[in-house]
Design a protein around this ligand. Structure first.
Ligand SMILES: [Zn+2]
Length: 274
């Protein structure tokens, strides 16, 4: 199968062909079409299966704020009203969700302004499960990224780098998932600010994803990764599921984000094309 980006590029080229069919414009057709087809070529990617990287959202899902991330009130019932419909009240940053640049900046992009073509990207999964099992506050480090590149070559341009810490399997146990201790401090893995900075400066990465509650690890008080990454125009994903079911390299991530005006992020359906 051909991913949407590829089909769109071909369709775009074809529609331009149609546009230039007019007799007077015929002579422009060759020059107008050629660059589009050339551009379309490197974006062709194949996939045979899909992997859902999204947790089921419910009021029971552990949240950063310790309150339910969603409340659902049944407003209409099939038997009584002829159809079923709930009203939702949701926390933008709960469950599997996206952090938009505005979340930690004055004037960064809000959810509806994130271009669609930056939400379909190559996915690089960095496995730190063994280290995180030893240390719940583990930070994905520069050396983890170097080890990934040694095996899989340089991180692809415009990719999303995902930390796979193994935390997704704890999602049914809020105490373990949040790691909250008696002093109220969280304990779960995150990304080392120096590693995030390296990804921003030395590689062309669009997104950063974690299978925990936050890009910054549990005990973080300064949210250094959020404050560096999001204001730069990049997005983040938190509470990602099933990273153990996708290959470390070669998958394409599709981020299905609700297009809500002025939103600082929001629940997202994440699908990996493998
Ligand atoms: Zn968030």
């Amino acid at each position: 199968m051909c991913v949407p980006g590829c089909q769109e590029a071909v369709r775009h080229a074809l529609s331009r062909r149609g546009f230039f069919k007019g007799a007077a414009a015929a002579s422009f057709a060759a020059t107008a079409v050629a660059p589009d087809l050339a551009l379309a070529k490197p974006t062709v990617r194949q996939f045979t299966t899909t992997v859902d990287l999204t947790h089921v959202m419910s009021a029971a899902f552990p949240t950063f704020f310790g309150v339910p991330g969603i409340e659902m009130e049944k407003k209409f019932d099939l038997k009584k009203d002829g159809f079923n419909l709930y009203w939702w009240r949701i926390v933008e940053h709960a469950g599997t969700h996206l952090d938009a640049p505005i979340h930690f900046s004055e004037s960064g992009a809000t959810a509806e302004k994130i271009p669609a073509d930056t939400l379909v990207v190559p996915l690089a999964v960095v496995d730190v499960t063994a280290k995180a099992a030893q240390n719940p506050d583990y930070l994905l480090r520069r050396e983890d990224l170097a080890a990934w590149e040694k095996k899989h070559r340089r991180l692809p341009d415009n990719c999303c780098v995902a930390m796979h810490s193994g935390w997704a399997k704890h999602v049914g146990d809020a105490a373990k998932f949040t790691g909250k201790d008696s002093a109220g401090v969280f304990h779960f893995p995150g990304v080392d600010p120096a590693a995030a900075e390296w990804l921003m400066k030395e590689r062309k990465v669009l997104g950063l994803a974690v299978d925990t509650l936050s890009l910054d690890n549990g005990p973080s008080k300064d949210f250094k990764v959020h404050y560096a990454w999001l204001p730069s125009g990049r997005w983040g994903l938190e509470n990602v599921a099933n990273l153990d079911k996708v290959p470390p390299s070669g998958a394409t991530l599709v981020v299905g984000l609700a297009k809500v005006k002025d939103a600082t992020g929001g629940p997202a359906r994440l699908i990996a094309l493998v």
